[in-house]
Design a protein around this ligand. Structure first.
Ligand code: ADP
Ligand code: MG
Length: 243
């Protein structure tokens, strides 16, 4: 177990978005978090990261993990795309938590920045201005930045949105490598269900008041049942209409 939620309720001030969330994430998991728009995916992620307070229940981390040691790629937001800095500086800013109160970056951090740029295949962009890059390149830079912050858990909120097919495929492969080779636990929010199911070993599906957590096979069965139920309702409505 790396992280566990027990009877967790999430939301804002007096508005509960989801409650009774019980789930466990294990070391090395590749988790995909699915759900319709507005179902609470970003809210759950931000609560896990401690960016917004939980309403009820518990979030328990294993001993060697804290909220600060989670790398985070927020849902895409355009204000970041004209960030006036070089690629190197953006990636290096991911080390800020590591340097703590020291006023400078050490050789170790420089090495880490270079390793992460290598893994994300952006070494050739090192001196380019972040704002001049394509969406896919910017995404890889931000991913390198998030990886500088952690070697344990990485949370990505809708990383594939806005990428073309080739950039998305490359990102799937890179993420798989980060999970399998660097042994980083991944939590990925996405609505590209089919593609992610090829890689993930755990699926969390959020829908109104209901939360499914299981492996991809169990998830497919769960969705088949949901589909049959919804089709059934649809046919009943259809029958009424005929009468
Ligand atoms: N800062 C906020 N204050 C109040 N309600 C919010 C805030 N952010 C999101 N919400 C609401 O919480 C619900 C879940 O939103 P969100 O977690 O962003 O969904 P998702 O990421 O699954 O699309 C939505 O109904 C949304 O309108
Ligand atoms: Mg969201």
């Amino acid at each position: 177990m790396i992280l566990e939620c027990k009877s967790l309720a999430i939301g804002y001030e007096n508005r509960t978005v989801l409650k009774d969330i019980n789930l466990t994430i294990d070391n090395g998991d590749y988790v995909c978090l699915f759900g319709d728009n507005g179902s609470g995916k970003s809210t759950l992620v931000k609560t896990l990261l401690g960016l917004i307070p939980k309403l009820k229940g518990d979030i328990i981390f294993s001993k060697n993990i804290s909220q600060r040691s989670i790398g985070y790629l927020p849902q895409r937001n355009d204000s970041l795309s004209d960030f006036p800095a070089s690629v190197f500086e953006v990636v290096r800013s991911g080390c800020l938590n590591r340097i703590g109160l020291r006023p400078f970056f050490s050789k170790r951090e420089r090495k880490r920045v270079e390793d992460m740029m290598e893994i994300l295949e952006i070494k050739n962009l090192e001196y380019r201005s972040f704002s001049e890059l394509s969406g896919g390149q910017q995404q890889r830079v931000l991913l390198a930045r998030a990886l500088c912050a952690t070697d344990k858990i990485l949370v990505l909120d809708e990383p594939f949105t806005g990428l073309d097919g080739i950039a998305a495929k490359k990102l799937y492969e890179t993420l798989d490598k980060i999970n399998k080779e660097l042994k980083v636990t991944l939590i990925i929010v996405s609505h590209f269900v089919e593609d992610l199911l090829k890689y993930a070993n755990k699926v969390i599906h959020l829908s109104q008041e209901c939360l499914f957590c299981g492996n991809p096979e169990e998830y497919k069965q769960h969705m088949r049942k949901e589909f049959i139920l919804s089709r059934h309702q649809f046919l009943e409505v259809g029958d009424d209409h005929d009468n």
